[in-house]
Design a protein around this ligand. Structure first.
Ligand SMILES: O=C(O)[C@H](O)[C@@H](O)[C@H](O)[C@H](O)COP(=O)(O)O
Length: 242
């Protein structure tokens, strides 16, 4: 069983990022010191803005950040240093003084590693297993087509039934090669928080919250957590909801 979605209403994109980052920190603060916290983060405009807010907050430094682990729910399978990668864009917002230790930031291998995207996905899945990472929170952006992570509507990856990490090829959004959590892995996490802002997301938000949608047609409609499912929306992205 997964939890029904709750809408967190925000004014605009920066309010979505601030609220989601504040809630992530509140979650970390609520976990007893000494207990690991595993959070899967995301790229995209609002995803990276949320990570920037996280890094800016002085509260994170006081919440035992050494036990916080960050993962990427998807990664663009390009070279390790590429500005197109989610981890590079995230690191640019964090800066060198980021309080979560580098060893706790779990990156997918780059295409220049010599590994196939499949091998990189398998290695990342193994790393998750080794860390016994039951995700506290999976944070997901959402595309105007309703995609989450690199699971696109009508694309084979979205129907993968394994709880793991897969290679995605021929992605409808560039770059074509990606590595992504599967939907069962997303749904195995305690909390799934989707963050979406802007008028171009309004039809996808409506579809993601409609019981008539399927994961294959609207991947975000299946993005639910075991304990909690939240949609952080701004005025524009929620404008088509009843
Ligand atoms: O891998 C990618 O191509 C992006 O990261 C993408 O999946 C993004 O997260 C969503 O499209 C939402 O992006 P915005 O927040 O910029 O709308």
């Amino acid at each position: 069983m997964t939890a029904s979605p709750v809408i967190v209403s925000c004014q605009d994109r920066s309010a979505v990022a601030q609220r989601a980052a504040g809630d992530l920190i509140a979650h970390i603060e609520g976990v007893p010191a000494g207990t690991a916290v595993h959070i899967a983060v995301t790229g995209g405009g609002v995803g990276i803005a949320t990570l920037a807010e996280l890094a800016k907050s002085p509260r994170l430094a006081e919440a035992s950040p050494g036990r916080v682990h960050l993962w990427f729910s998807d990664e663009r399978y390009v070279d390790a240093g590429s500005q197109d990668r989610n981890d590079i864009q995230a690191a640019a917002t964090w800066g060198p003084g980021f309080v979560i230790p580098e060893a706790n930031i779990h990156r997918v291998a780059g295409a220049d590693s010599g590994l196939s995207a499949e091998a990189a996905a398998t290695n990342y899945e193994t790393e998750i297993g080794r860390a016994k990472a039951a995700f506290d929170v999976v944070l997901l952006g959402m595309g105007p087509d309703g995609h989450v992570a690199s699971l696109f509507p009508g694309h084979p990856g979205v129907s993968d039934k394994r709880t793991g990490v897969i290679a995605v090829h021929d992605s409808p959004k560039p770059p074509p090669d990606r590595v992504s959590f599967t939907m069962p892995l997303i749904r195995s996490s305690d909390r799934v928080w989707v963050i979406a802002s802007g008028a171009e997301k309004a039809p996808a938000v409506k579809a993601a919250l409609s019981p008539a949608s399927t994961a294959e047609d609207v991947p975000a409609s299946a993005a639910r957590g075991q304990l909690e499912s939240r949609f952080y929306l701004d005025t524009e992205s929620s404008s088509l909801l009843d």
